[in-house]
Design a protein around this ligand. Structure first.
Ligand code: NAP
Length: 259
């Protein structure tokens, strides 16, 4: 399907690997020029070069921590006046409800709530002036169904979800859509590292932990960054202009709910 966004410009955050990279690749396949960022330079440059060579779009890569003010300033300066924003950052560490103190919550809120809000505040005005824009925030299935060990994620992402619900309806009249994509379990480094924790705790192999977790998903498998990215690209397309303020779950059926 032609997505109608050839020649648009996108900032895709936290995109050297995993779901962010999946979004970047699918936007590039639709002809979108990209600014990418991640903290580690090596994987970032490798990804940027691969995307540039494979899809023939222009790719700017900025090594920076998107959750810090300095990092954001660097990334926003390089990205300039983009049409599409995909927000993303690493998720908070797992633990028990009683583990976390104020500093842990502030860190999680900074990374997974205030960072995407700061990026939207910086980039929405020019999208609204141009009369066209797309924002996709990568959040988590934990927004719909809390994951016990990810209390920091459950909390911070709930705050972002509330902000988006109100903001999306204020900018929609200017041709700008904001939606959230909620990943369930996907086969990325993040999922493997969570499986590693379970494997260690239970004295089983990482493969066994992953196989057991896959059986908890009705689809019987983990999602892929590629299919996640394809949904993101569709939400950024011309066809998705009437989808406003939605929370779209990509979880292989894991959240057991009728609506
Ligand atoms: P991943 O495979 O670990 O990839 C994370 C990417 O983000 C890497 O490119 C990483 O590069 C970059 N990154 C991390 N922190 C960053 C920061 N502060 N500034 C800039 N770049 C940063 O993770 P993922 O699985 O794609 O997950 C992406 C998001 O979706 C996370 O918030 C995660 O919690 C959420 N999520 C994932 C799943 C899943 O099953 N995979 C499920 C639910 C929610 P550097 O490390 O070099 O910075």
């Amino acid at each position: 399907m032609e997505l109608g966004i050839r020649g648009k410009r996108a900032l895709v955050c936290a995109s050297s690997k995993g779901l962010g990279r999946g979004c970047a690749e699918n936007l590039a396949a639709a002809g979108v020029d990209l600014t990418l960022c991640a903290r580690g330079e090596e994987a970032l440059i490798e990804t940027a070069q691969y995307i540039q060579k494979t899809y023939g779009v222009s790719v700017t890569a900025i090594a920076a921590d998107i959750t810090s003010e300095d990092g954001r300033t660097k990334v926003l300066e390089a990205a300039g006046d983009v049409d599409i924003l995909v927000t993303n950052a690493g998720g908070p560490p797992p633990g028990l409800w009683s583990d976390w103190d104020r500093d842990d919550f502030i860190k999680a809120i900074d990374a997974n709530m205030l960072t995407p809000i700061a990026l939207m505040k910086a980039l929405l005005p020019s999208m609204m002036t141009k009369g066209w824009g797309r924002v996709v925030n990568i959040t988590s299935q934990s927004v719909k169904a809390p994951i016990a060990v990810l209390g920091l994620s459950n909390s911070a992402r709930a705050g972002l979800t509330g902000y988006v619900a109100g903001t999306a309806r204020q900018v929609a009249g200017h041709g700008v859509t904001i939606n959230n994509l909620l990943p369930g379990i996907h086969a990325t480094d993040r999922a493997i590292s969570l499986d590693g924790g379970v494997a260690q705790q239970r004295g089983i192999s990482v493969e066994q932990a992953a196989a057991e977790r896959a059986q908890t998903i009705p689809a019987g498998r983990y999602g892929t960054a590629q299919e996640f990215g394809a949904t993101c690209a569709f939400l950024c397309s011309q066809h998705a202009g009437f989808i406003i303020g939605q929370n779209i779950l990509l979880d292989g059926g894991a959240v057991n709910a009728s609506l």
